[in-house]
Write a protein that binds this ligand. Structure first.
Ligand code: PYC
Length: 310
């Protein structure tokens, strides 16, 4: 399997260029379902140890069904599919530029949850225009084991998020184990309370929000991803969900830049425009850097060829 690795503001992406599973034809949603149902081995085999680690996000390139798109991609982590992925779209765009397949300019990319666009400024800098984002519910409270009542919003940014202002633990790298534990408990409490996104979808991303550490940013976050790893970047879909909440509360004007810090201090510049439906379309700008080009080998005698699943 031929792959190219990059990181976007610290968060890794592994683009699978060739050798991935054949998902057949049909809509991208159907092919994403086929990846989940028939080829789930790909998640851990390509991303988990010993070839990768829990924070990695995979980007499986497949033929686009929309002829206006330069690429179609299914994003996944070590445990399952993602709807959209902001950091990985920036990483994918930088990867295609690295391969000489994209020039600076705006390019449409098909994802299972809709078409997004990526504006390539230079080899590293990309602005993603995401699918429409919206807040589903404001101010819901869950009782969290070891923490007590936690109130937040449920929002869609291409994945489902629970976003909460969190002042109990400082959002700093030293506290990542404690933040991870707190976010896991919040996610468990949401599941226990049967709180979901639209159509019963699981809320699998938890976004803890706090004040920025730098004078140039407007906010800081810690985002727990479905596999249990935290996002090293400020999370593109999480920023989109955050902007949907800010817009709904009238706290950020259309077109104004919101600089979002991650827990490790990397940043995205984000803006939005409103949609007649009441949702917003967010843009996320950040930088990706290529870190390796590799061929993944799967030896039939290797007891861990499918990755280590824990
Ligand atoms: O950037 O949207 C994102 C993302 C989702 C999960 C990890 N990164």
């Amino acid at each position: 399997m031929r792959v190219i690795d990059s990181h976007t503001e610290g968060e890794p992406t592994r683009v699978i260029l060739s050798g991935g599973p054949d998902l057949g034809t049909g809509s991208l949603t159907e092919r994403a379902r086929r990846l989940r149902d028939d080829h789930g081995w790909v998640y851990a085999a390509t991303l988990a140890e010993p070839r990768g680690h829990d924070a990695m996000v995979g980007a499986l390139l497949v033929p686009p069904s929309d002829p206006t798109c330069v690429a179609a991609v299914i994003y996944f982590n070590t445990v399952g599919n993602l709807g959209m992925c902001g950091h990985a779209t920036i990483g994918l765009t930088a990867t295609l530029a690295h391969l000489g397949q994209l020039d600076p300019g705006t390019h449409r990319i098909e994802t299972p949850v809709g078409v997004v666009s990526a504006q390539l400024f230079d080899r590293n800098t990309v602005r993603v225009t995401n699918v429409e984002s919206y807040r589903l519910q404001a101010g819901v409270t869950v009782d969290v084991d070891g923490i007590g009542p936690v109130t937040g919003d449920i929002a869609w940014g291409g994945n489902w998020f629970f976003l909460t202002e969190f002042d109990q633990i400082d959002l700093s790298p030293d506290n990542i184990p404690d933040l991870t534990q707190a976010a896991r408990r919040i996610r468990a409490a949401l599941q226990h309370a049967r709180m979901t996104g639209k159509d019963g979808a699981e809320i699998d991303h938890i976004e803890l929000l706090g004040p920025p550490k730098s004078a140039t940013a407007q906010g800081r976050n810690f985002v727990l991803c479905p596999g249990g790893a935290y996002d090293r970047s400020p999370c593109g879909t999480g920023c989109s969900a955050k902007l949907a909440c800010l817009a709904a509360d009238g706290k950020l004007a259309e077109g104004a830049v919101w600089k979002q810090e991650s827990v490790i201090g990397s940043t995205y510049d984000c803006t939005y425009v409103t949609r007649p439906s009441g949702g917003i379309v967010a843009t996320i700008q950040g930088r990706a850097f290529i870190t390796s080009e590799a061929t993944l080998l799967f030896n039939a005698d290797d007891p861990f060829r499918g990755g280590i699943r824990i």
